[in-house]
Design a protein around this ligand. Structure first.
Ligand code: TYD
Length: 134
């Protein structure tokens, strides 16, 4: 089975004071990081995402709390639970994503390979499937 998303296990730098994770573009993040955004205070029952990107690659990390992410490449669907500050979910381009079951304390950080560009979005599922064929 081909994997739709990939969990990246970040190295934790632990000492007597606590723990730390460092994220570096083109090193433990497999692209040059051009943008970071974060999602929080998601209302109970809300679903975010529901789109794919033509080119954009992303890594999503639950910095606090938890949420679920469903990924779909048009052939295979996979569900991930994000609840670990030292793990990131790599979402490749052309993957339909939905994020849901956010805990009230969830802060979902997303590192992105490109600046925000609305024309990179595929917001219609049929359009996403068609884009995969071209
Ligand atoms: P969207 O990507 O649709 O959110 P989600 O995938 O979490 O459901 O973005 C929501 C709105 O925010 C949309 O109007 C576009 C805008 N936006 C920006 O202006 N800059 C950004 O970097 C992002 C991710 C979104």
């Amino acid at each position: 089975m081909s994997h739709v998303g990939q969990i990246i296990d970040f190295n934790k730098i632990v000492d007597s004071r606590g723990e730390m994770v460092a994220l570096e573009g083109d090193r433990n993040i497999p692209f040059d990081i051009k943008r970071v955004y974060y999602i929080f205070n998601v209302k109970p029952g809300e679903v975010r995402g529901k789109h794919a990107h033509k080119e954009l690659k992303q890594v999503a990390i639950a910095m606090s709390g938890s949420c679920k992410v469903s990924l779909d490449n048009g052939e295979t669907k996979e569900e991930f639970i994000l609840n670990d500050k030292s793990k990131g979910l790599l979402i490749d381009s052309c993957v339909w994503r939905e994020m849901y079951d956010f805990s009230s304390d969830c802060v979902l950080a997303v590192l992105a390979s490109e600046y925000y560009l609305e024309s990179d979005y595929l917001r219609d599922y049929k359009e996403f499937l068609n884009h995969k064929l071209v």
